[in-house]
Design a protein around this ligand. Structure first.
Ligand code: S3P
Length: 442
């Protein structure tokens, strides 16, 4: 039996210093996928060495793409061209990664061979009809387990045709699956979104030379062009930066700088919302690298007040709600979240997981179907207790930070999934100033 990894997080003082954060998970997935089906050699720098993105790299290798790792965080990808992938008899294991599975479903829907995508227990509970439906409309043959759950089998040899698709939920993964299938489709593929979501797929396709027409919430491309490999520079992941940022925002006396964080506007909703709550965050040295904006973030502690989170920010901070819930618990007054039902189908039901965990620490939280009301307790300290992360990396990291404001230790259960997005979290958290110990149990 595998050891279970729990954390014991203790109260901590202010966080200080200047730090880097891991490479962006979304960009890293896309970089190895697109480089794999491009012509020529691509050099990816800043690749996230997390389990999710390594699983995607491994799958591309299983499909015949040669990849070298000259140093951690780098991949040299020998592209096989749009039609150069070859099938694998073995299942393609996406691990914990919804992004990996949904984007690969799009990439593999139009191939000449069959593929089966599998995942771990958490991924095997996540909805896949949101991608199988549009792919079937494009002419793909996709099989799922009962209830639209993984494994996903994509039957090869079916020609695809472009569609105009309006996903019922705001989802960059669904948009990306349709666009990637669109590369292999006859004619035009158009995606119109209910709310604009992260646009890395379309931007990277354009950077690799595929003609793409895009504006916020709208993308159009035609099948049958080619991708040309090149350099990909992966920015620091804003969603990983959110945890040290949160620690500095909620802990009196803190002063922290985070270097080279990706500030794609479709990712930075948390910045806007925390500033409205009173946070003191300054952006320095904003610069463009490989089509993405990077900057350093300087954070000083300041008291927070509760707000109604504007619904238009929800997609732009969809992965940051666990962190926002903790900030809200440290604010004066109530913070209201609505329009965020998608949180219930992430690596865990994040509304439920955060509400239960915060209640354990003594915070009042009322759940609604698409959000929650969090009653902040200002600068007061939380209680301690035992919290189930539900095997969800972002729940575990949020409570590790919350514990710094507790009066007693917080035991956080089942934290191994943090390796999917932030493999060095415990060591780095110690450097920021958090008190976090690992306990392996059998
Ligand atoms: C992602 C899109 C989002 C996000 C996930 C990464 C991506 O998911 O939650 O962590 O890289 O496209 P949805 O598309 O399901 O909202």
């Amino acid at each position: 039996m595998q050891a279970r990894r729990d954390w014991i997080a203790g109260p901590a003082g202010p966080v200080h210093g200047t730090f880097d954060v891991p490479g962006d998970k979304s960009v890293s997935h896309r970089a190895v996928m697109l480089a794999g089906i491009a012509e020529g050699v691509s050099h990816v720098r800043g690749f996230l060495e997390g389990e999710d993105t390594r699983a995607t790299a491994r799958i591309m290798q299983q499909l015949g793409v040669r990849m070298e790792t000259p140093a951690p965080g780098q991949r040299i990808v020998h592209g096989v061209g749009l039609h150069g992938l070859r099938g694998s008899d073995a299942p393609l294991d996406c691990g914990n990664a919804g992004t990996g599975m949904r984007l690969l479903a799009g990439l593999l829907a139009g191939q000449a061979f069959d593929s089966t995508l599998v995942g771990d227990a958490s991924l095997s509970r996540r909805p896949m009809r949101r991608v199988s439906d549009p792919l079937q409309q494009m002419g793909a043959v996709v099989e799922t387990r009962e209830g639209g759950l993984p494994p996903l089998t994509l039957r090869g040899g079916h020609s695809l045709h472009g569609i105009e698709y309006a996903p019922p939920m705001a989802s960059a993964q669904v948009k990306s699956a349709v666009l990637l299938a669109g590369l292999y489709a006859q004619g035009e593929t158009v995606v119109r979104e209910v709310r604009p979501t992260r646009d890395y797929t379309e931007r990277m396709l354009a950077a690799f030379g595929w003609p793409v027409q895009m504006e916020p919430g709208y993308v159009r491309l035609r099948g049958g062009a080619t991708l040309q490999g090149g350099e990909v520079v992966v920015p620091g992941d804003f969603s990983s930066a959110a945890f040290p940022l949160l620690a500095a925002v909620i802990t009196p006396g803190s002063h922290l700088r985070l270097r080279a964080v990706g500030l794609n506007p479709r990712r930075t909703g948390l910045l806007e919302v925390l500033r409205r709550m009173g946070a003191d965050i300054t952006v320095h040295e904003a610069r463009e690298e490989a089509g993405e904006t990077l900057a350093d973030l300087e954070i000083r502690h300041a008291p927070l007040r509760g707000i109604d989170v504007p619904v238009e920010h929800v997609s732009d901070m969809i992965d940051e709600f666990p962190a926002l819930f903790v900030a809200a618990a440290c604010a004066e007054g109530v913070t209201r979240v609505r329009g965020a039902a998608e949180l219930r189908v992430k690596e865990s039901d994040r509304i439920d997981a955060m509400a239960r965990g915060l209640r354990t620490l003594g915070v009042t939280v009322e759940e609604t179907p698409d959000g929650a009301d969090i009653v902040g307790q200002g600068e007061g300290r939380f209680g301690g207790g035992e919290i189930d992360s539900h095997g969800d990396h972002r729940i575990a990291m949020s409570f590790a930070v919350a514990a710094s404001r507790s009066a007693e230790a917080v035991h956080i259960l089942d934290c191994a999934a943090v390796d999917t997005s932030f493999p060095d979290f415990v060591a780095q958290a110690g450097q920021w100033g958090l008190d976090l110990r690992v306990r392996e149990t059998r």
